[in-house]
Design a protein around this ligand. Structure first.
Ligand code: NAD
Length: 310
């Protein structure tokens, strides 16, 4: 486990970042967060008091350099995401990914930091996820600016590791969900609609499937990988459970005791992601390297979110 380390987390005020901050502080680490607060601050106040927070843009090299002084490792999680936001802002999305990651790398080199853990995405698989439960070895086929930039960074970090010896671990997250996620994403959006008694709106046929990975599992996997793995590696962080979106909507309606209707609507044209009919990840590699794989079922995860909100 990681303890007594100084750690920089970019994007640490976001959904996954804020849970990671909490876990790493709990393990006795000194945590620095660099975030421009694009999505507000999701770090709970008790934890916020125990960290150093720097409101800055990851595209600003000097800020990243200063934030990372004395750090042992960097978790690079700052990103622009959300299907609509990415479709409307492809250049900003790529710029934050590409420039931001270069800044993290340059700062790591200058400050002699030996490990970078990078948040990539299952989106890199694109349509190639259709026929199988995807392993890290299958050909990638990114279809959005966001997924293309994530894949570019994976390749960039592989060459960094080879040339400079910095350990680089890339995590391909599969639809992470949990408390404090905002309603850009499907699970909180359905919960919000169900609680308000509005229609739960499902895009397309509702038969497209995703692999929903609960936040606690995601954080456990992230910390175990950061502790155990060296060199360059890519890992799926996935639950291996395939759920279609209509079933997700129905579960949320039942667990919230809502009278909302579930309505199928046409996906907006720019939502290319919905064209990917199936995306389920294999966590075999994660298991091989850490002895851990996510186990929280969708039912348990949804109930935990509702419990947290109460
Ligand atoms: N949530 C998921 O299901 C999922 C899936 C795959 C990959 N990821 C990746 O995991 C990481 C965290 O995602 P999340 O769900 O917590 O998203 P999030 O939007 O909640 O968090 C991203 C954080 O990055 C910050 N940020 C954005 N642009 C910035 C900039 N230019 N400078 C500094 N900070 C900036 C935002 O303010 C936010 O706090 C991202 O890299 C994302 O691409 C998430």
């Amino acid at each position: 486990m990681i303890s007594n380390k100084k750690i920089l987390i970019t994007g640490g005020a976001g959904f996954i970042g804020s849970h990671l901050v909490e876990a790493l502080v709990g393990l006795g680490n000194e945590v620095v967060v660099l975030d421009n607060l694009l999505r507000g601050n999701k770090i709970v106040s008790d934890v916020f008091k125990k960290i150093t927070f720097i409101k800055a843009d990851v595209n600003d090299f000097n800020q990243v350099l200063e934030a990372s002084i004395g750090c042992d490792m960097i978790f690079h999680f700052a990103a622009i995401l959300g299907v609509d936001i990415v479709a409307d802002n492809p250049m900003e999305t790529m710029e934050t990914e590409v420039i931001g990651t270069q800044n993290v790398v340059r700062a790591a080199l200058q400050n002699n930091i030996s490990k970078i853990i990078y948040a990539s995405t299952s989106g890199v698989y694109g349509h190639n996820a259709l026929e199988q439960t995807v392993t890290e070895e299958i050909l990638v086929d990114p279809t959005t600016s966001y997924a293309m930039a994530k894949r570019y960074n994976e390749i960039y970090l592989a060459s960094l590791q080879e040339e400079k010896g910095i350990d680089c671990i890339c995590l391909r997250f599969f639809n992470v969900y949990g408390p404090r996620q905002d309603s850009r994403m499907v699970v909180p959006r359905f919960i919000e609609q169900a609680k308000a008694g509005r229609s739960i709106t499902v895009y397309g046929s509702g038969k497209q499937t995703r692999d929903f990975t609960y936040i606690d599992d995601t954080i456990k996997a992230t910390i175990k990988l950061a502790s155990n793995v060296t060199g360059f590696e890519i890992f799926n962080v996935a639950n291996e459970l395939e759920s279609d979106i209509s079933t997700l909507a129905e579960k949320i309606r039942v667990f919230t005791e809502s009278k909302s209707e579930i309505t199928l609507i046409n996906a907006p044209a720019k939502r290319y992601d919905y064209e990917v009919g199936r995306r389920v990840g294999s966590s075999d590699k994660l298991m091989r390297f850490t002895g851990f794989k996510p186990t929280t079922s969708l039912d348990e995860g949804i109930k935990s979110i509702l419990e947290y909100a109460r």
